[in-house]
Design a protein around this ligand. Structure first.
Ligand code: PLP
Length: 415
């Protein structure tokens, strides 16, 4: 008897859907046809941000390090952007270093602490960090350092007694914790983390890539030492970000070259990107003052409330913790996120399973695993994420599409 692989009706369904999707002709993913609920993966460039950067792509293209007058205008634009980014953080402009994005900022902060405080060998990271932090921690280890992981509770919040224990065990150079989680939106108790780290003589780096512009952050009130941010999560383009380094701290650059950024980051400045980041920061600051966050949160809450009515057993991960108003991580019991993603894609809904890099491979999310969720729940989870450009109509249409997709999958599963 031949050994044929057993394919469940559900497996057949997923493959049929994948085949149908792969063979759709002429399908163009564009903003006109797609309801975009994946803003934690990346955001659209805001119109005012595009406007601000265009002159620096067209006419004002000169190298800011040049000596002629045109370069002075460009230098002034870079410094204005530095002030705009600093203003969003409650920081001083000279503390802001422009980078190519969040990943570079994170790597730079870690490398600087490792180089300048070699005797404090321990790096503590949170259990739900982004890959950029995990991989950079790997470098820390390879350079003779030691890495410890602070666990989180079922809501995804750092367990403070466990963090204190890790700090007490070994001289710690740096505690690197994300301010807000990219998959669940859970917001870390950063003030308590800073207190614990400072009591042990450790510095603190906050990966604030998802938090900046969505939470009113102030580095003078929560006295961290380093903060990483990324343009493409806040309506600036990809390939620009910043590292904020407290002026209390010595700093060693990761990239060396022509002495740009006041000798703190070599490489000719990405002027259009820098200007865009400044404009995006100003718009985010204005949005925070005008209550944009509350409007976005209301849409997210309405989406979750409607789905709770329509999908029995729906789980909202991190619901009992402080969460970003932009993010909804939902477990659909008994269903597989892979199939749901396909159906939702066909319905014109862009969302993701876990974080973007995980959705390609659809491995169970390490973030949800760290929160103690079982593999079945983790693999039934989708992430929806909003921005200030998401409308109420789109949110309501997404509710209908999700509940239709869930019903269809439940019917197939029932045979
Ligand atoms: N940290 C978090 C929490 C993120 O969500 C991301 C991007 O997904 C990064 C870091 C990396 O930022 P970038 O894409 O700008 O390198």
């Amino acid at each position: 008897m031949g050994t044929r692989p057993l394919v469940s009706p559900f497996g057949k369904f997923v493959w049929a859907m994948a085949w149908a999707l792969a063979h759709q002709r002429g399908r163009v993913l564009n903003a006109a046809r797609v309801i975009y609920l994946d803003s934690n993966a990346t955001t659209c460039v805001a119109p005012e941000v595009l406007e601000a950067m265009l002159p620096f792509l067209r006419d004002q293209f000169v190298n800011p390090s040049a000596t002629y007058r045109a370069a002075r205008t460009v230098r002034r634009a870079v410094e204005k952007a530095r002030e705009q980014v600093a203003a969003l953080l409650g920081a001083d402009a000279e503390e802001v270093i422009f980078t190519s994005g969040g990943t570079e900022a994170i790597n730079t902060a870690h490398a600087s602490v490792r180089a300048l405080w070699p005797e404090r060998r321990r790096l503590i990271i949170g259990a739900t960090e982004h890959a950029a932090v995990w991989e950079s921690a790997q470098r820390w280890r390879q350079s003779g350092g030691e890495v410890a992981v602070a666990p989180v509770d079922r809501q995804g919040l750092i367990l403070l007694p466990a963090l204190e224990q890790l700090l007490a065990e070994a001289p710690t150079g740096l505690v690197s914790i994300m301010w807000a989680n990219n998959e669940t939106g859970v917001v870390a108790p950063m003030a308590e983390i800073v207190r614990a780290a400072q009591a042990a003589g450790a510095q603190v780096h906050a990966d604030a890539v998802q938090a900046v512009g969505k939470l009113a952050l102030d580095v003078t009130k929560v006295p961290i030492d380093y903060l990483s941010l990324s343009g493409h999560k806040m309506h600036a383009p990809k390939g620009i970000g910043a590292l904020w380094v407290s002026k209390r701290r010595r700093f060693q650059p990761l990239l060396v070259g022509g002495g740009q950024e006041n000798e703190r980051r070599g490489g000719t400045e990405n002027v259009p990107g820098v200007v865009a980041l400044g404009a995006a920061a100003a718009a985010m600051k204005q949005g925070l003052a005008e209550g944009t966050e509350a409007k976005v949160r209301a849409l997210r809450d309405r989406f979750e409330a409607a789905l709770q009515q329509q999908v029995p057993g729906l789980r909202i991960h991190g619901a009992e913790a402080p969460r970003l108003g932009t993010t909804s991580s939902l477990g659909f019991p008994g269903l597989d996120a892979a199939g749901l993603l396909i159906l939702l894609d066909q319905a014109g809904i862009a969302c993701s399973a876990g974080s973007a890099c995980h959705s390609a491979a659809l491995h169970p999310s390490p973030v949800l695993a760290a929160m103690g969720l079982d593999a079945a729940t983790a693999s039934s989870t989708l992430r929806f994420s909003w921005s200030r450009f998401t409308t109420a109509e789109e949110t309501d249409a997404a509710v209908q599409a999700v509940s239709r997709a869930v019903n269809r999958m439940r019917q197939v599963a029932a045979g």
